[in-house]
Design a protein around this ligand. Structure first.
Ligand code: ATP
Length: 590
């Protein structure tokens, strides 16, 4: 296929801003395109060589394009720069300079789409020393054989200045008209795109096999599925109403969404934006490889920063340290992560995107060999606003952002690439940021794991309630302790171990070890939240809810100068909650 056909189509598309006309021009281009080059034409019209998830970019800087233009036209850099200044566009400059040159040359080869694509592909994959020169020679070779109009579009393509405004949706419309029989078939074609993220492959199947081929289109390991998204509501009653009274509520973990593709020992990870992020998370790749028992699978999970010793989730901000290209191994140990899987989209030959959520979840649980680093998202069937609210508070307190409420009806399919009411997110409008430290009494402890085996993994901490003379649990803290702290604490607390919970300690949690309230520690938390588990200031803000401190961290200060009765009171926690309540959005939130 001659490249001039594409260049002519671009000229027409450029001359309109109306989407319908743009679509018509695209349809005529498709009709002139032989099936074996269709995918390449689709990529090129979007200024690409591959679908985005492949991550190969043309990456030709303007400077390099100018050098190629110098070689192809014999003009000096200065002359070219002057022209660019005048027209403001490197494409038009190329067209003009080539028009002048053409008057003095007689022989050029016809440029074909195949040759253009192959050359640009080679150019994109050239790296290492001497790459710039090789790229320049490759590209100028194309310019030498190009007619002026082609040169204009070639140079705009490689420098990332195509700007035709052909969005994915316009391509889908054009494919529906050209190969599906009419615009009304667009939904089917769109589904194929949503489960493959590859417009080139979709176009190829549509051109070769028509609508029948599109209807049989299947997910494929290695091609990311466009994510299903949720609507948002702020009132539990309204959420349940949307689901006819009951739904599956899942912890909404505060991390990064990861779509994992496993084929034998090969694992690829894709971000919410469908970028391949496998190299950023070698630890996650390994987890999927070892803990997922299916041979082939596509699953979705939230990747969360963790304190592996205490088993506590860490704030979203800590995960940001994993966004790096270098020093990955060090970051893996310093900022470990866990995966909470929430969906299975494909398992061992079976496309699950059209099955219901309960079925997908069942399959998901079957193919996981859970451990502390990888487990299914915590969930609960909820039927009343109270259940939903309680579960929500638990999720927040444990470090989640809220809940994802999901439909469990027959038609609760995975709506790839769509935001709909089958999933509803329930997040908070307000949060109560903690700016001051609190002094809490150690009332219990939980055994440690891993490096902390033999010591305490986390401590159960309480506020003091002077009115009832009780100690009311307010948080479980396993973060901020050095190795020295851990052994020292163990020693210090040995003298206070009691066989049974002291009657002045108010707790619904069952600690592994109970203490006589004595030691006071200084703690800094991220915020004060309502809690269905902790007993501090029970019923003060909401019936059946206590207060808790989220993301607690030991500051290093042993308040041996304070007696347990001098600890922060439950009432003070309520004051902190009310005083620091801020609408989310007013404060910098991730
Ligand atoms: P959206 O992704 O809906 O455009 P957003 O980027 O602002 O919005 P959030 O409002 O945080 O994201 O909500 C959606 C995200 O929640 C998902 O993309 C996913 O990363 C995350 N998430 C955490 N836990 C779950 C879960 N159990 N089920 C589904 N998604 C979850």
């Amino acid at each position: 296929m001659d490249y001039i056909i594409i260049a002519d189509a671009y000229e027409q598309i450029e001359s309109t801003t109306k989407r319908l006309e743009m679509t018509d021009h695209l349809v005529s281009l498709l009709k002139k395109t032989p099936q074996d080059v269709i995918s390449r034409v689709i990529y090129l019209t979007q200024g690409k060589l591959y679908p985005d998830f492949v991550g190969i970019e043309m990456g030709v800087a303007e400077k390099l394009a100018i050098r190629a233009l110098m070689r192809a036209t014999g003009n000096s850099e200065k002359a070219i720069q002057n022209e660019i200044q005048k027209s403001g566009d490197i494409g038009e400059t190329a067209e003009k300079l080539l028009t002048k040159r053409k008057q003095s040359t007689f022989f050029t080869k016809h440029l074909t789409v195949e040759r253009v694509y192959e050359t640009l592909d080679k150019l994109a994959k050239t790296s290492g020393s001497g790459a710039v020169d090789t790229k320049m020679v490759l590209f100028s070779g194309l310019l030498i054989d190009a007619v002026p109009k082609e040169a204009k579009w070639l140079i705009r393509t490689v420098t990332g200045n195509l700007r035709l405004g052909i969005a994915d949706m316009t391509v889908l419309d054009a494919l529906a008209i050209a190969y599906g029989g009419g615009k009304e078939t667009r939904e089917k074609i769109e589904r194929a795109y949503n489960i493959s993220s590859d417009l080139g492959r979709v176009a190829n199947v549509a051109a070769e096999k028509g609508l029948e081929g599109i209807e049989k289109f299947q997910v494929s390991v290695g091609e990311p599925i466009r994510p299903m998204l949720a609507e948002r509501l702020g009132v539990p009653e309204e959420i349940l109403e949307k689901f006819s009274g009951k739904c599956l509520a899942e912890y909404k973990y505060d991390g990064e969404r990861i779509q994992a593709h496993k084929k034998g020992d090969t694992v690829q990870l894709f971000s919410r934006r469908l970028e391949n992020i496998s190299s950023q998370y070698p630890d996650v790749v390994e987890l999927i490889r070892t803990q997922i028992t299916a041979k082939e699978a596509i699953l979705e999970a939230e990747c969360v920063a963790m304190d592996l010793e205490s088993g506590d989730m860490r704030p979203f901000q800590e995960l940001m340290h994993r966004r790096r290209k270098y020093g990955i191994q060090a970051a893996i140990t310093q900022y470990p992560v866990s995966l909470f899987t929430f969906d299975a989209l494909y398992v061992d030959g079976v496309d699950l995107t059209q099955t219901s959520l309960p079925q997908r979840r069942q399959t998901l649980e079957k193919i996981i060999n859970p451990n502390i680093r990888l487990k299914p998202a915590i969930q609960q069937l909820v039927k009343t606003p109270k259940q939903l609210e309680d579960f929500f508070e638990r999720a927040i307190e444990e470090g989640c952002e809220g809940l994802m409420c999901k439909s469990i009806s027959e038609d609760s399919v995975y709506q790839a690439g769509n935001r709909g009411w089958l999933w509803i997110k329930y997040k908070r409008d307000y949060k109560s940021e903690m700016t001051d430290t609190v002094d809490l009494v150690v009332v219990g402890a939980f055994h440690g794991r891993g490096k902390r085996a033999g010591a305490y993994g986390a401590l159960l901490l309480a506020t003091y309630n002077p009115k009832n003379d009780t100690f009311e649990t307010v948080t479980k803290c396993g973060t901020g302790f050095t190795d020295k702290d851990l052994s020292q604490l163990y020693e210090m607390l040995q003298n206070h171990v009691v066989a049974r919970k002291n009657s002045r300690v108010q707790s619904t949690l069952e600690a592994d070890v109970w203490f006589e309230p004595s030691l006071v520690l200084e703690i800094l938390g991220a915020e004060v939240t309502l809690s269905p588990i902790h007993m501090a200031a029970m019923d003060a803000i909401r019936k059946d809810s206590g207060m808790a401190i989220r993301f607690p961290r030991f500051t290093g200060k042993y308040r041996t100068d304070k007696s347990p009765q001098d600890a922060t009171t439950s009432k003070e926690i309520v004051t902190m909650y009310n005083g620091q309540l801020k609408k989310i959005g007013d404060t910098a939130s991730p």
